[in-house]
Write a protein that binds this ligand. Structure first.
Ligand SMILES: [Zn+2]
Length: 505
């Protein structure tokens, strides 16, 4: 046989497309040709694969070798095709039997000495392979734990090309079988809410945010516990469902963040950003397979932005786009990489640029303060439902301050409220109050007139935008869920409105 076929996968963000690789070995000028829109990195793989084959005690054909990657119109890049290229060439030159290549996806970069190196995105690549009906996969041993998350694939791990060649020759012991996964990985014990002293308003805002999936802005001087509170929001959220966990893990796989010890991201992630974070790090990018940015690392979790007023206008605008679209699309030479980015946003800011420590007074002029706070653009802030002002502690030993409620107690209420909301919206496919579209709140789930009088007045006065009114209604539903009442009352609407207006420096 002079022709052999094998499979690999092209990744665009977390979307994969199976790529069929054909090798033809025949008479003609001795050269190796690669067809099918390969990029520079993939062109380089020819020499790497040749060296790996030679250093695995096999000869590279001294004939014309033509390698075709199809679909031909799909751009392909990177080093993850190395293993598949090596195996199909060896099969085409009849150095190994071709039978086991049928229906097998091969993923991995080859070192010059034949060792198999792991690549980013093994999980989403195998998910695409399984969807396409491929039955078997060979991946680097180090990638086995994340690969094992894909059900319905016969999975093998390899250390080097020699082991894969032995397997193709019929040796079933040369490759490592898939590990059995721990079905319930213990959630890491995060920091506890009982560590946060005082700040009853901010703690309540956090509980409401967790119950309804709302975004939060915490304004307060340094040392009031903004970061401590933000870090504790994830531990109030329900664990990820299996599908959600796989989706989040696929992003972390492409980002190269997974470790063999923790292959599955089963709890909502927490991602913290500082003003020095570049826009590229925020939304993603880079050469080769585009890396997901912080907004996608935080998918299904919490994105915390400290000193939000110090953020550049470009980053804040990129953030606003993410909140609107729930995903990031990165345009590239080889197509569009798409990464989901649905997260809960927690913004924190000092009330003024001088950020006075506890025992000193602010030296900023009122105009300076206003200009500083105005840096958080209207369109972004308009999407933040809960705004809280935090003040330095004045009493330490009062009973309600000295013995704060622990995470477990708050989480219990949050999960009950979430269940109520999920059951109510189940028929519509919304999971949290924050996801309910405005028209549904105003028509299908319209509240009695006496409950919304206050909103109408705020709208008439121009104190509230239409979108702001929708957001108040969503928070009001969450307050009703926490209070175990069937629908929001005028009090809940008033409290929701206050959450938006409460923004005194
Ligand atoms: Zn100041």
């Amino acid at each position: 046989m002079a022709l052999a076929r094998g499979w690999s996968v092209a990744l665009f963000g977390v979307d994969g497309v199976p790529v069929e690789i054909e090798a033809d070995v025949g008479a003609g000028t001795v050269r190796t040709q690669l067809l099918g829109l390969p990029d520079a990195a993939l062109h380089e793989s020819k020499d790497r694969v040749k060296a790996a084959v030679r250093n695995s005690n096999h000869t590279w054909p001294t004939q014309r070798v033509t390698l075709g990657l199809s679909p031909a119109t799909l751009p392909k890049g990177g080093s993850s095709y190395d293993l598949a290229l090596a195996c199909v060439v060896l099969a085409a030159s009849q150095a190994v039997p071709a039978d086991r290549l049928a229906g097998t996806v091969l993923i991995g970069e080859l070192a010059l000495d034949g060792r198999l190196r792991t690549v980013r995105g093994v999980l989403p690549a195998l998910m695409a392979a399984r969807r396409a009906g491929l039955a078997r996969a060979v991946v680097p041993t180090a990638s086995l734990p994340e690969a094992a998350l894909v059900e319905g694939l016969a999975l093998h791990g390899a250390e080097n090309l020699t082991d894969v060649i032995a397997w193709l020759n019929g040796d079933d012991t040369s490759l490592t079988p898939a590990p059995t996964l721990d079905p319930t990985p213990p959630p890491p014990p995060g920091p506890d809410l009982s560590d946060v002293v005082g700040q009853p308003e901010a703690r309540w805002a956090l509980e409401v945010a967790a119950a309804g999936g709302h975004h939060v802005l915490l304004t307060g001087p340094p040392g009031t516990g903004k970061t401590m509170l933000a870090e504790r929001l994830v531990s109030l959220l329900p664990p990820l469902s299996t599908d959600e966990a796989i989706g989040v893990t696929a992003i972390h796989s492409v980002a190269g963040l997974l470790t063999p010890q923790a292959p599955l991201v089963a709890t909502p992630p927490f991602v913290s950003l500082h003003p020095s974070t570049s826009t590229a790090a925020l939304v993603g990018g880079g050469t080769g397979l585009a890396k997901p940015g912080a907004v996608s690392h935080a998918h299904r979790g919490v994105l915390f932005i400290d000193e939000a007023c110090e953020f550049g206008a470009r980053s804040l605008d990129a953030l606003r786009t993410c909140l609107e679209e729930g995903e990031v699309r990165i345009a590239r030479r080889d197509g569009i990489a798409r990464y989901p980015a649905r997260f809960q946003l927690v913004l924190a800011t000092n009330p003024c640029p001088c950020a006075p420590p506890k025992d000193l007074d602010c030296i900023c002029l009122p105009t300076t303060k206003r200009r500083y706070q105005a840096k958080l653009s209207g369109p972004l802030l308009d999407r933040v439902d809960l705004r809280v002002t935090m003040r330095p502690l004045t009493v330490m030993m009062a009973p309600e301050v000295a013995d704060p409620e622990p995470t477990a107690a708050v989480r219990h209420r949050v999960l009950e409220a979430r269940t109520r909301a999920r059951n109510r919206w189940a028929a519509h496919g919304w999971r949290t109050n924050a996801e309910v579209p405005g028209p549904a709140l105003r028509r299908e789930f319209r509240l009695p007139r006496e409950a919304t009088t206050l909103l109408d007045r705020a709208l008439a006065l121009g104190a509230l935008t239409g979108r702001g009114a929708d957001r108040c209604l969503r928070v009001a539903w969450t307050l009703a869920d926490l209070a175990e009442t069937p629908e929001p009352t005028a009090d809940h609407v008033a409290a929701a409105l206050e959450f938006r207006e409460r923004r005194r420096p």
